[in-house]
Design a protein around this ligand. Structure first.
Ligand SMILES: NC(=O)C1=CN([C@@H]2O[C@H](COP(=O)(O)OP(=O)(O)OC[C@H]3O[C@@H](n4cnc5c(N)ncnc54)[C@H](O)[C@@H]3O)[C@@H](O)[C@H]2O)C=CC1
Ligand SMILES: O=C(CO)COP(=O)(O)O
Length: 340
C-alpha cells in the first residue's frame, strides 16, 4: 500500500495550528511550515504552540518544519495561513515549486498597494497552481477546542472544493462549498474593520441596540462596496459574509475586536497592536479600504469614521456625533433591484 501524501500548512500562528490539528484529527499527515525554529521545536517536543495556541494539545500527525522547499516538495494540497503582509514574501522565492499544487488561502487581508486579495496574489505568484480560499466564522481557538464550526471553501475548481471538504470535514467542522471565490474572500477581509469598531463600542459600554445597528449597517456598507467591485451580494448573506461579521464583531476572542476594545479604553493604535502581539488584519485593511472607497465613490461612513479616529486626529465623540447626525438614508439600499 502506498503511503498517504501529507498535507501542507504554511504558517505557525493560531489559525495554521488549528487547521493543522483539524487535518491530523481527520487522519491526514500534516507538514506545518513555520519560519521560527524555536516554535517548531516547541511543537515537536511539547506538542503545544505556546505563543499562539496555548493549552491546545497538538496531535502526533502534525510535523512542524522550517524547511519550506522540503515541505512543498512533499505535498500537493497546501493551506496558506500566513499574515497578508507575509504571504507574497514567503511564496515568491519558492514560486517554481508551486505549479500544479492546490493552494488554499485562509488569510483574511488585502495587499496594501495593489489592493489584491490573497488568492489573487497566489494566482500571480503561481499561475500554474489551482487556487481556492476558505473563510467563515472561524475563531482559531474555538476550532481547536472543538466548538461546532462551519466554513466555506470557495473556488471555481469544483474538484479542489471537494478535496478540501473531505480533508477538513469532521465531527465538529463542516465545510460548505461556493464558486464565488472573490465574494467569500472579500467578506473575510472587510469584516475585520468592523470588528475593530465593534470592540470600541463594547469598551464604551454601548448597548445591544447599538451593537445590532453596527453589525447591520456594517453589512450594508461592505455589501455596497462589494457590489461596486462586481461581487455577488448574496454571498454576503452566507457564512463568509454576515456569519463572519457576527462572530468577529461579537467576540472578545477576535483580535480585531481586541484592538478596538483597547482603542476604546484610550490606548493609542500602536499600543493596542503591541498589547495584542498577534495579527489584526483590520488595521492594515482600513487604510487601503478608505482610499479605495473614495476612488470608487462608495459611501462607507463607518470606514471613514474609523479612519478619521485612527489617522486624522478626530475623537470618537466627534465621529459618533457625525455618524448619528448624517443625512437620513434608506435601509436596504445595497442589493441591486434588477434581476430579482
Ligand atoms: N486566528 C484566527 O482565528 C483566524 C485567522 N485567520 C487568518 O489567518 C491569517 C493568519 O493569522 P493567524 O494564524 O491567526 O496569526 P497569528 O498572529 O496567530 O500568527 C501569525 C504567524 O505568522 C508568522 N509570520 C509573521 N510574519 C511572517 C513572515 N514574514 N514569514 C513567515 N511567517 C510569518 C508568525 O511567526 C506567526 O506564526 C490572518 O490573515 C487571519 O486573518 C482566519 C481565520 C481565523
Ligand atoms: O477571522 C476570524 C474569525 O472568523 C478571526 O478574527 P480575528 O483575526 O479578529 O481574531
Amino acid at each position: 500500500m502506498t503511503e498517504q501524501q501529507p498535507v501542507a500548512v504554511l504558517g505557525g500562528g493560531s489559525f495554521g495550528t488549528a487547521i493543522a490539528n483539524l487535518l491530523a484529527e481527520n487522519g491526514q499527515r500534516v507538514r506545518q511550515w513555520m519560519r521560527d525554529p524555536e516554535q517548531a521545536e516547541a511543537i515537536r517536543t511539547q506538542r503545544e504552540n505556546p505563543r499562539y495556541l496555548k493549552g491546545v494539545k497538538i496531535l502526533p500527525g502534525v510535523e512542524p518544519d522550517t524547511d519550506l522547499d522540503a515541505v512543498l516538495a512533499d505535498c500537493e494540497l497546501v493551506f496558506v495561513a500566513l499574515p497578508s503582509s507575509a504571504l507574497r514574501k514567503v511564496l515568491e522565492p519558492v514560486a517554481g515549486q508551486l505549479a500544479g499544487k492546490l493552494l488554499v488561502s485562509t488569510t483574511k487581508g488585502i495587499e496594501a498597494l495593489s489592493f489584491k486579495l490573497m488568492s489573487e496574489i497566489l494566482e500571480e505568484v503561481a499561475p500554474d497552481a489551482r487556487i481556492g480560499v476558505i473563510s467563515g466564522p472561524n475563531l482559531a481557538k474555538e476550532i481547536a477546542d472543538h466548538a461546532l464550526t462551519a466554513t466555506v471553501v470557495a473556488s471555481e475548481d469544483a474538484e479542489l472544493c471537494s478535496r478540501v471538504q473531505s480533508a477538513l470535514h469532521g465531527r465538529t467542522f463542516r465545510v460548505y462549498a461556493s464558486q464565488d471565490r472573490f465574494g467569500v474572500e472579500l467578506g473575510g477581509a472587510l469584516k475585520n474593520v468592523y470588528a475593530i469598531i465593534a470592540g470600541m463600542a463594547a469598551a464604551l459600554g454601548m448597548g445591544e441596540n447599538t451593537k445590532s445597528m453596527l453589525i447591520t449597517r456594517a453589512l450594508a456598507e461592505m455589501t455596497r462596496f462589494a457590489v461596486k467591485l462586481g461581487a455577488n451580494p448574496m454571498t454576503f448573506l452566507g457564512l463568509a459574509g454576515v456569519g463572519d461579521l457576527i462572530v468577529t464583531c461579537s467576540s472578545p476572542k477576535s483580535r480585531n475586536y481586541q484592538v478596538g476594545f483597547a482603542l476604546g479604553e484610550g490606548l493609542s493604535l500602536e499600543d493596542a497592536v503591541a498589547r495584542l502581539g498577534e495579527v489584526a488584519e483590520g488595521v492594515n485593511t482600513i487604510k487601503v479600504l478608505k482610499t479605495r472607497a473614495e476612488e470608487l465613490q462608495v459611501y462607507m461612513p463607518l470606514v471613514a469614521g474609523l479612519h478619521a479616529i485612527l489617522f486624522e486626529g478626530r475623537t470618537l465623540a466627534q465621529v459618533i456625533e457625525a455618524l448619528m447626525r448624517g443625512e437620513p438614508k434608506t435601509d436596504v439600499d445595497f442589493i441591486p433591484t434588477t434581476g430579482f
